[in-house]
Design a protein around this ligand. Structure first.
Ligand code: HEM
Length: 318
């Protein structure tokens, strides 16, 4: 059989599983809702996992692939090593349930997209539409990750081109970074250079600095120590992060930097004033993210297990 060209691949659709797995959304909810209630770190873990998946070669579940003797996969690149286990766990559990409900039908990429959307809603964030029919990617290489994701020690001049390379506007970038960091946490190593020097960051509010220093005092012995990214309303998806950074209460240097740069500050101010606008823009930016470089038709497969390609240990040959 000849394969289709990229332009001939079918588009994503809202009712993709309506005949082949009509209870898809219900099954996702039966796993996701109780998991988030019992383990509130799940939503942030899943949102970050989804973003890190989409930015590296598209939303194709390539971040879920486990490394093996032949291939060092995306998730073992250093920036992904801190992806929290609850995100992987929720997808694995949904996949197991769906393989009983409708075997071989629902892709891991669609599960991750829908679980993320539902978890944002469960923490108080906006609803947005998700379309389905993503196929799981046939490639996952740690070496593909570099340059596609920001790091907390970067300047805003480093971050902006990364988002531009993914075709996001500055407004979308601010909405996404704020939305991503209104829930969840960061390990001390991601922000402690702002506190302890050699040159402590003067933009950190003294009260926050005091609190974070106390929290991270033993981080060299205990690298798991961490702090909420939104120290005022952690766990609630809201616009508090923007109010925080206008007051020097941004935990990550990159979040705080959005308040000083003239390309991003106007949006920070708008979103701090207007949560409805922030929710609207975040929702649109997530819809855009969720279709980024997706594979459909014969561009990928429906994996049997989310952490392994179906037939080839290394992924497609290069
Ligand atoms: C250049 C931009 C960004 C940088 C530098 C950045 C950096 C970071 C860092 C350093 C952490 C802490 C990781 C850890 O210590 O475990 C983090 C956490 C997180 N990020 Fe970002 N991030 C960026 C953009 C985004 C975007 C756009 C989203 C989603 C839309 C996002 C979602 C998250 C979430 C949800 C967490 C919390 C994870 C958890 O609690 O398990 N980030 N980010």
């Amino acid at each position: 059989m000849t394969s289709l060209s990229d332009a001939q691949q079918p588009p994503l659709t809202a009712d993709y599983y309506s005949k082949t797995c009509p209870r898809f959304h219900q099954v996702v909810q039966t796993i996701v809702v109780p998991k988030q209630s019992s383990t509130p770190t799940t939503a942030a873990a899943t949102l970050r996992l989804f973003f890190h998946d989409c930015m590296v070669g598209g939303c194709d579940a390539s971040v879920l692939i486990a490394s093996n003797a032949f291939n060092k996969a995306e998730r073992d690149q250093d920036i992904n090593e801190s992806l929290a286990g609850d995100g992987f766990d929720v997808v694995t559990r949904v996949k197991m349930a769906l393989e009983i409900e409708c075997p071989g039908v629902v892709s891991c990429a669609d599960i991750l997209a829908l679980a993320t959307r539902d978890l944002i809603l469960q923490t108080g964030g906006p609803h947005y539409e998700i379309k389905f029919g993503r196929k799981d990617g046939l490639e996952s290489r740690a070496s593909n990750v570099e340059g596609k994701l920001g790091r907390a020690n970067m300047t805003i001049n480093d971050i902006i081109p990364i988002f531009e390379s993914h075709k996001y506007t500055h407004r979308e970038m601010v909405a996404l970074m704020g939305g991503g960091h209104t829930i969840g946490f960061a390990h001390c190593k991601e922000f402690q250079s702002r506190l302890f020097g050699p040159k402590p960051d003067p933009s950190v509010h003294p009260k926050l600095a005091e609190r974070l220093k106390a929290m991270c005092a033993n981080s060299s012995e205990d690298p798991t120590l961490s702090a909420f990214l939104d120290p005022i309303s952690a766990g609630n998806f809201d616009n508090m992060i923007f109010k925080n950074i206008l007051n020097g209460l941004g935990v990550l240097g990159t979040d705080q930097a959005m308040a000083s740069d003239p390309r991003t500050r106007p949006f920070v101010e708008e979103y701090a004033r207007d949560q409805v606008l922030f929710f609207h823009d975040f929702a649109r930016a997530m819809e855009k993210t969720s279709v980024y470089k997706v594979k459909t038709g014969d561009q990928g497969e429906v994996r049997r297990k989310c952490d392994a390609f179906n037939n080839h240990p290394q992924g497609k040959s290069v």
